[in-house]
Structure formats: C-alpha cells, structure tokens
Design a protein around this ligand. Structure first.
Ligand SMILES: Nc1nc2c(c(=O)[nH]1)N[C@H]1C(S)=C(S)[C@@H](COP(=O)(O)OP(=O)(O)OC[C@H]3O[C@@H](n4cnc5c(=O)[nH]c(N)nc54)[C@H](O)[C@@H]3O)O[C@H]1N2
Ligand SMILES: Nc1nc2c(c(=O)[nH]1)N[C@H]1C(S)=C(S)[C@@H](COP(=O)(O)OP(=O)(O)OC[C@H]3O[C@@H](n4cnc5c(=O)[nH]c(N)nc54)[C@H](O)[C@@H]3O)O[C@H]1N2
Ligand SMILES: [Mo]
Length: 642
C-alpha cells in the first residue's frame, strides 16, 4: 500500500518570489512540489525549475559521504565524519595560531536564503573574525545607489502597483525570474494599467508589455535623463519636489545638458520613442520596477540613481502606485543582535574573490571554507577562482553536489537540501516571511550546515552560547518579531507578513539620508553622456527558466553551450554552427543560435554553465567592480565570434 502524505514548507532558493510549498511524499520519498494556494504571492503555482526539484532531491549524484583528497592532485576518497570534522577543526586552529584567523576565508552566496544561514556567519565571527567578502555580485550596485539616494533600499507593498496607471519594468524578465508577477501584471493591465518594458534583450515579457523598447545595453540612465528632460520642459515635474529633494537645480541642469535627441541617441532609440516613454511616464502614478540586470554593469549604481531621481522629481515617491522598487528588505524582521555589527573583518570584494585570495598578504590566505555557493561557475573569471581554490593549503566546500567549486577542494562535505532544513525565510521581492520545516529526513550520512557548525564549535572551543539546536536558534531569530506580536505559531498558516513593512514607502516624504531629503544624482560619468565610439558585442549571460544558477538537472551540461545572437553579429556563420567566442579572458566553443529579435551588440547566454564542462560564461568575464557597491560587472565584457 502506498503511503502518501503532504507537508508544508517554503522555498529558500535565491529568488524574489520566496514561495510557500506543498510537498508530496510517497513512502518516504519526495515526489512532488506544488505552490501553496494559501500563500498570497505563490497562489498555488511554482516555477519550472523548482517543480523539477524532486529530481535533484533524489538524484543519484547527491553526495552522502565526506570526500578527502589527501594530496594535491590526488583522487577524492570517502572518509568518516569524525575524521572530516577533526581535520577541519585542526586546520582552523593551526592556521589561526600560526597566521591569524584572517588567513581563513569564509564564503557563501545564494545557495539558500535561509535566515539560519546567518548563524553560520556568526560561527566564523566567533572563531575569528576571518576574512569575508565585501560588496555583492547580485545587487550591490543597486543597494549602494538607493542608500545614497534614500538612505535605505526597501519597497512599498508588493501589490501596491495595482494603484499604478503606468508600470515601468526596467530590465525584468518576469517569465524567468519572478513568475508570480505574471498573473498580477496581467491583472493590472486588464484593469487599465499600461506596462512599459525597457530591456536590451528581447524575451517573453515583451508579450505582456504595451510598450517595449530595446535600448543599447547599459544606456538606461540616458532614458531616465531624457524622460526627466521632457518632464521639466513640459512642466510635468512635481512642483513640490524642492521640498524633499536635494540638488534639484543641478539635476535639472544635467537633464537639460543634452537635447532629447542626444539622450535618445545615447540609448540608441529614436527621439519619438523617448517622447513616447516620457508621455507614458508622466501618466502616473507610475511605478518603476527595477530589475537586477541593469546594475550588473560598469555604471550600474549611477544607472539606478537616475531612475530613482526620475521617480523623485516626477512626484512618484511616497504615493500609492508610485515608487522606485529595486529590493525588499529581506532580513529586517529577524533578530541578529547576537552578532557584533561593529566588527570590521578583513574583506575581499566578492566579484574579485579569486584574484583577491591569490593576492592577499599579511596574512596570506591558507584556507577557504565555501558553503551555499559555487564561485567557480558563478563569479567572474572562473579559471582564476578555480586556481585560487586549488592552490590553498586547505579548501573545504560544503554542498549536496560535486560542483565545479567542490572539484577544486581538498575536502567536500555533503549537506542537506532545503527540504531537509529547519529555517525561516524573508524575501527580496515581497514582504512575506515563511518557515521551513524538514519534510523528509536527510539521507544517512548527510549533516545540515548547522549541525556541521555545532560539531566544529565543540572542537574549536566556541560551543558556549552557540551549540544549540536549530529550534532554539530559530527562537532567538524571532525575538524582534515576538516583540511586535508575531509568534512562531503564526507561521503555521504558511506565511506571515512582516509587521515592519510599510504599505507605501516614504509616505511622509521623509528619507533616511543625512538631510532627510532625496539625494538626487547630479553628475554622470562621461561614458554615460556620449554615444560609444564603436559598438561592441557584449557577453550577456542571464537567468534561465531551466536552472537555478549553476544547479542544473543531471545530464544537461554536456557539449557546447548555446549563444544566441542577431545573424549580423556572426556574418561568417550559419544558425547552429559551432563557433568560438573570444574575450580578453578566454575562448570558448558555443553553438550559435540566430535570433533576429536580438540586438547585434548582445551575445545572449544562460548563466550558470559549468566551468569544467567548458560551458561557464563566467570563464569569459573580466572580474571588474561596478561604480559603487562592489557588484560584479557581469554584462560588459566584449567578445568576438570566429
Ligand atoms: N555570468 C553571470 N554570472 C552570474 C550571474 C549572472 O547574471 N551572469 N548572476 C549572479 C547572481 S545574481 C548570483 S546571486 C550568483 C549566485 O551564485 P551562487 O549562489 O554561487 O550560485 P548557485 O549555483 O546557486 O550555487 C549555490 C550552491 O549552493 C548549494 N546549496 C544549496 N543549498 C545549500 C545549503 O543549504 N547548504 C549548502 N552548504 N549548500 C547549498 C547548491 O547545491 C549550489 O551548488 O551568481 C552570479 N553569477
Ligand atoms: N529561473 C531562474 N530564476 C532566477 C535565477 C535563476 O538562476 N534561474 N536567479 C535568481 C537570482 S540570483 C536573482 S538575483 C533574481 C534576478 O535575477 P536576474 O539575473 O536579475 O534576472 P534576469 O531575469 O536574468 O534579469 C536580468 C535582466 O536584466 C536585463 N538587462 C541586462 N542588462 C540590461 C541593461 O543594461 N538595461 C536593462 N534595462 N536591462 C538589462 C536582461 O536582459 C534580463 O532580462 O532571479 C532569481 N531567479
Ligand atoms: Mo542573484
């Protein structure tokens, strides 16, 4: 007889939607993941990649024993957990004793957005502090931009755009990376809102846009300034803007420093299109939903700042249906007071992790501990990252799978998937929090990150106050919510709306900046103020519906990866040809796929390809920092096709 049960949990994968899940378990095995119909955002459906998660959960390639390479260049051999944990502890103590705790790097990225993962950060703080990352490859530039402009980076309520007359999607492919916005945007449109999409890449979101504009990559600031120019020229700005904006006159001068035609030329759109955008923008309330892609460029922070400034001077801040939404504060509801915020550990900018590890001195980096991340595939300049890991005295990678990064390690520790975890999540795309409960037990021989840290804490003499189970830590993390009247039992329904979130952000037009006003950008780098001398083909590796970053289904990472280009970008080739892409970093074989809807300066790839299979776009990418916030310049590396 089949024994079928259903359990509720939540999805902590790196995604703005942060879904409530219903998991079907048959005879102890996860067979199906569905969206929780009661969850206000999930509304009963989930994305393609996570509906396929049972394949990953039950995959034969999942690791279940610690793997040790006893000698550099040697093969992995299975060892016991006791040997593995003793070894990690012994190395950590030795390196701290001989070279200081800063000779150890701790790195994690988006493997799980679980709040409990911060307890692991605290483990390294308590032991060290060790060397950590600074900046953020995902959203660092946009966060820095909004801190500069508003003093914080939060958003109005998720559903607030139903008050908008016009919705600007700046570089957002909701069909891939925020699928729960699709029905809501359709609803808004059916109720009369106009949707404007600005994206150099042609993709499925075009199908729900009333206006689609395909500008030159990296030129959104020219569009924002051009719209501002039109608003000022037609007296459509907010006449009260000077009451809550600093630098208004200089911003106006900047907007008028170029004609509409000049701003349009920089963005490679027609002046008529720019006027069409400005007219739509002026028909407010207008909300700007700012995607994450446009800030992963050289001038990413300045770009976001121009969009923020446009929202401010047009009177769209602090009103229902307005806003410049880039991020939702994801952790703000939880209590991290156990961590010492005044510590300033040594850091390496995340986009340059590989080179930073190789270059560090006084002390040099002797050990790296990686968990919840696959930096070889996901950080720029894959080969340098791989070399930096292979060449350390001791590299540890904790992952359920033998990733590109794990293959560069001395020791690999197998760990749980999110279906086996006890945790909470917040979201960077809405204000609902949720609880993760283990729906199945981990395979025999697999420990969670938290169990690994507890074991290590005992061996390292830092167990006091730390070595308690996940349930107890979760209670501590809830302290702030409890003070606001939210208890753990409230999570049983599958979600809790953060009591700290505002329905309309900045409703009183008071900002968290030193002056209390919006800090309008009023200077732009010369490169944003001119038409580039020559058009270059830019490697643009963005999210795909098929995977979560480098977490691909088994068997999909073989042979050359696809590169989508406009036919004119590869005049000596035919559709389907194997060709070589070359950048200043490396060369790579790809299968060309022609698409005349794309711009000739865009070379579109899937992010997350595996380096050791020769499919990682990041092997082609220069490790460069954005103008602010230490984000990675993922989409500005020039390439040739031969
Ligand atoms: N070229 C290019 N590169 C990019 C991007 C791009 O657009 N273009 N996007 C960037 C962005 S936005 C991001 S956020 C980063 C993401 O970069 P990463 O977060 O490094 O990407 P993932 O491939 O998801 O790696 C996460 C790893 O964590 C593991 N994992 C999952 N759950 C757990 C857990 O509970 N514990 C542990 N120990 N491991 C776990 C997974 O198996 C996986 O191997 O990539 C960036 N890289
Ligand atoms: N299926 C799936 N979903 C994901 C992920 C995944 O790997 N797979 N990754 C997750 C992660 S880590 C994150 S951070 C989020 C968001 O992840 P993102 O990587 O931000 O999501 P994408 O849909 O790839 O959005 C990038 C968009 O920015 C556009 N873009 C690039 N350059 C420019 C520019 O100069 N101007 C403008 N206007 N647009 C530009 C690209 O064309 C693309 O449409 O999604 C998450 N969701
Ligand atoms: Mo991300």
């Amino acid at each position: 007889m089949q024994n079928t049960i259903k359990k509720k949990t939540a999805c902590p994968r790196d995604c703005p939607d942060a879904c409530g899940l219903i998991v079907t378990i048959e005879n102890g095995q996860v067979v199906r993941l569905q969206g929780d119909p009661d969850h206000p955002i999930t509304q009963g459906f989930i994305c393609q990649r996570t509906s396929r998660f049972p394949d990953r959960q039950n995959s034969p390639s999942r690791l279940n024993r610690p793997l040790l390479r006893r000698h550099k260049g040697g093969e992995f051999e299975e060892i016991t957990w006791t040997e593995a944990l003793d070894l990690v502890a012994q190395k950590m103590l030795q390196f701290r004793e001989e070279s200081g705790a800063e000779s150890i790097v701790h790195y994690r990225c988006g493997g799980s957005l679980g709040i409990m993962k911060h307890v692991g950060d605290y483990f390294f703080e308590k032991f060290g502090p060790v060397t950590v990352k600074s900046g953020d490859v995902c959203s660092g530039a946009g966060e820095a931009a909004q801190i500069a402009d508003f003093g914080e980076f939060d958003s109005s309520d998720y559903f607030d755009f139903h008050h908008s007359k016009t919705i600007f999607l700046w570089g957002k492919n909701v069909f891939v990376s925020s699928v729960h916005l699709i029905p809501e945007l359709k609803k808004a449109r059916a109720n009369g809102a106009k949707i404007v999409l600005i994206d150099p890449v042609h993709h499925q979101t075009v199908s729900i846009a009333d206006i689609y504009v395909q500008p030159r990559p990296g030129s959104d600031s020219a569009i924002a300034m051009g719209i501002a120019h039109w608003l000022f020229a037609n007296n459509r700005e907010d006449t009260a803007a000077s009451e809550y904006c600093d630098h208004l006159e200089q911003f106006r001068e900047l907007a008028f420093s170029k004609s509409l035609a000049e701003w349009a030329a920089i963005a490679d759109i027609s002046p008529e299109t720019l006027v069409q955008l400005a007219t739509a923008y002026a028909d407010g309330p207008t909300c700007s939903m700012i995607g994450w892609g446009l800030q992963r460029r050289r001038h990413g922070a300045a770009t976001i700042r121009t969009i923020d400034a446009l929202a401010a001077v047009s009177g769209n801040l602090g009103i229902a249906g307005g806003g410049a939404s880039f991020y939702f504060v994801r952790r703000g509801a939880f209590d991290f007071s156990f961590s010492d915020a005044s510590l300033k550990p040594r850091s390496i900018p995340e986009p340059q992790l590989g080179a930073g590890i190789l270059a560090a001195k006084d002390p040099a980096i002797r050990m790296v501990y990686i968990w919840g991340a696959n930096p070889v595939a996901m950080l720029p300049d894959s080969e340098t990252v791989a070399q930096s890991l292979r060449s350390r005295e001791f590299t540890v990678v904790v992952d359920p799978f033998l990733t590109d990064s794990a293959r560069c390690a001395d020791l690999v520790l197998p760990t749980t998937t999110f279906l086996e975890e006890d945790d909470f999540i917040g979201s960077y795309g809405h204000h609902y929090l949720a609880e993760l409960k283990p729906v199945v037990a981990p395979p025999e021989g697999v420990l969670s990150d938290h169990e690994i840290f507890r074991e290590l804490s005992r061996r390292l003499g830092i167990a006091e106050g730390f070595d308690v189970d996940a349930a107890e830590w979760k209670g501590r993390l809830l302290n702030k919510l409890k003070a606001a009247g939210v208890n753990q039992a409230d999570f049983a329904k599958g979600y809790v709306k953060s009591p700290f979130a505002a329905d309309v952000l900045f409703a009183n037009r008071k900002f968290n900046t030193p002056s209390g006003k919006v800090n309008l950008i009023h200077q732009l780098d010369v490169q944003l103020m001119q038409v580039p001398q020559k058009s270059e083909l830019k490697v643009t590796a963005v999210s795909t519906g098929k995977s979560q970053a480098s977490q691909w289904p088994d068997g999909t990472q073989e042979g050359p990866t696809d590169a989508v280009v406009h036919p004119s970008a590869a005049p000596n080739h035919n559709d389907g040809d194997i060709a070589t892409i070359t950048t200043g970093k490396a060369s790579m074989q790809v299968r060309l796929s022609f698409n005349s809807n794309q711009r000739p300066d865009v070379l579109l790839m899937e992010k997350g390809g595996w380096h050791l299979s020769g499919r990682s776009a990041n092997s082609l990418i220069e490790a460069e920092l954005t103008d602010d916030g230490e984000c990675a310049v993922y989409y500005d590396t020039s390439a040739t096709i031969s």
